[in-house]
Design a protein around this ligand. Structure first.
Ligand code: SAH
Ligand code: SF4
Length: 352
């Protein structure tokens, strides 16, 4: 599929109004609303005169990506394979929690340049950043299969803060009361800890919820597991999180993917607790989702044992920290965290 016409999805209101000129502002508002309602063609924009619909159809596209396949897990998780206009493939996941609330997990990049030792997405490197439209369209595609989505998390493929200009446009569209009107409190951005990006977000917003993939509070181990630590050291990261929190006032999530025998030691939980001191946080533990063939410093990675998990939780709780344990979602369809990556083993579910 080759993209020729300019795409309207993902344009913040002002940019849309500019693009549609000389149409008056109220027409732009109508189109903006229709995009938020998820129409798939200009023909569905029934409050526009038919010749205008045809003219728009002629000049613009509403969307640039298509659902190329899907896989569903009995636990309620649905993973969509999405094909972009240049043939690139990304994934978006619909998660269901214990209270049956639905959360959209969206990708911000095709691949990821940060190469964390435990993450499948990191193994493929970065192909390219997604446009604001491509990020927004993932939400629209998920909403076409589930109309009631309560939350959005940017925890799919890629590092959101390395694609901040485009992501910011998407966030602007999603939180604009003239269209989607989503509350910033329902949007969480998960970052590996890009200091400049957090600072930038604090300075110019929007102030969405933040989750930091801390993994371990031990700087040395973290640098080896997450090379991004070398240019974003933990002490400065903590300072910038503190500032963000002072300004925005919401609790921050510290995520720690637990790697059996690697970061489940007492040093790790102690260092994590030390990092958390002075911040208002909830710790979210994610038992590592197996990715075949992943080796860290000569050792095959493995899931944490029940005992390692329990010990870790207990030590954090003793220090007064709030701890949640993420339920594994979509394990059977490789839709879980860190399992989004090059297709493998799922071909049978894929579409054209
Ligand atoms: N790049 C961002 C957001 C995407 S990764 C970030 O790193 O935060 C989302 C989460 O999945 C991160 O917390 C990451 O630590 C976790 N993760 C990556 N690989 C995983 C795996 N194999 N099992 C469980 N969690 C994983
Ligand atoms: Fe990138 Fe996040 Fe995976 Fe690290 S964990 S490689 S930052 S997607």
């Amino acid at each position: 599929m080759h993209q020729i016409k300019p795409v309207l999805s993902g344009l913040p209101f002002e940019a849309l109004a500019e693009t549609l000129k000389p149409l008056p502002q109220f027409r732009a508002e109508q189109v903006f609303q229709w995009i938020a309602r998820g129409v798939s063609s200009f023909q569905e924009m029934t409050n526009l005169a038919i010749p205008l619909r045809e003219d728009l159809e002629h000049r613009f596209s509403l969307s640039s990506s298509i659902i190329a396949g899907r896989a569903a897990d009995p636990d309620g998780t649905v993973k969509l394979y999405i094909r972009l206009h240049d043939g690139e493939r990304i994934e978006a996941v619909l998660l269901t929690d214990g209270e049956h609330r639905k959360t959209a997990c969206l990708s911000t990049q095709a691949g990821c340049p940060l190469a964390c030792a435990f993450c499948k997405t990191g193994t493929r490197g970065l192909t390219r950043n997604l446009t604001s439209g491509e990020i927004l369209e993932q939400f629209l595609h998920l909403r076409s299969i589930e109309p009631e989505i309560a939350n959005i998390v940017f925890m799919g493929m890629g590092e959101p803060l390395l694609n901040l200009p485009e992501l910011r446009k998407t966030l602007e569209v999603l939180t604009d009361s003239r269209g989607f009107g989503l509350s910033k409190r329902r949007i969480t951005l998960s970052t590996s800890g890009i200091i400049a990006g957090i600072r930038n977000l604090a300075a110019t917003g929007p102030e969405v919820r933040l989750a930091l993939s801390l993994t371990t509070g031990d700087s040395n181990l973290r640098s080896r597991l997450m090379p991004v630590t070398k240019s974003n050291p933990l002490p400065s990261l903590k300072d910038v999180l503190y500032d963000y929190q002072q300004q925005q006032g919401q609790r921050i999530t510290l995520e720690a993917v637990l790697l059996g025998g690697v970061n489940t030691r007492q040093e790790d939980s102690d260092a994590l607790a030390a990092f958390a001191a002075g911040l208002d946080v909830v710790v979210n533990l994610i038992p590592w989702n197996p990715v075949e063939g992943m080796v860290f410093e000569g050792q095959a990675l493995r899931e944490p044992t029940a005992r390692e998990i329990a010990g870790y939780i207990q030590r954090l709780k003793r220090r007064g920290l709030k701890v949640t344990r993420r339920l594994r979602k979509g394990l059977r369809i490789a839709g879980a965290c860190g399992q989004l990556g090059p297709p493998g083993g799922l071909k049978a579910h894929e579409g054209p």
